[in-house]
Design a protein around this ligand. Sequence first.
Ligand code: SF4
Length: 181
Amino acid sequence: MSWRLLKTGPCQADPKLLRAEVALDRAYTRLLPLLNAVIPGALYDPDIPSLVFNFEGALVSILPEEIKLAQVKDEETLSRAMEYLLRTIAYVESQRDKITPRETRGYEVSTVEIIRLLPGPIKGRYCRACGYPSCMAFAAKLSQRAERLSRCRPLFEEETFDERCRNLTALLKEAGYDSCL
Ligand code: SF4
């Protein structure tokens, strides 16, 4: 299997980043439940059908007609993302008898749902231990599956937040954010 770049340009949300559309040289949608079983934190929608996952901060959407990439850092990252996808497709094809397809639909946890369980709003200030200027900025990245919850250290280190930590971890697990924990 090989890939071909159809279109590329600056991302609408952040013009410093790239977006791209890519075609593969043969059909792949039947493999989506297998890819959903092996790509950590993938978001599967059987109705379209589509699968979305995060690769080095880029959002990769596998759609029936093409593959769309957004928020890609540069062309090298685009190539690495596609190489990863082709490698993973080859892997699931070769191991299909041993992999249980995952038909479960993942879903997106919103920034608002995340932020209401982070410590900042309770503390009344943003400590920035996560490297972001606010809980909102961190929650937005986590919602896109582009961050790990563990970067919010106060959530794990301060006893006051034990219950929030449990609830947020459970919420993310249920939505299929395993790779973000
Ligand atoms: S480390 Fe946690 S509490 Fe501090 S700013 Fe980041 S998300 Fe908010």
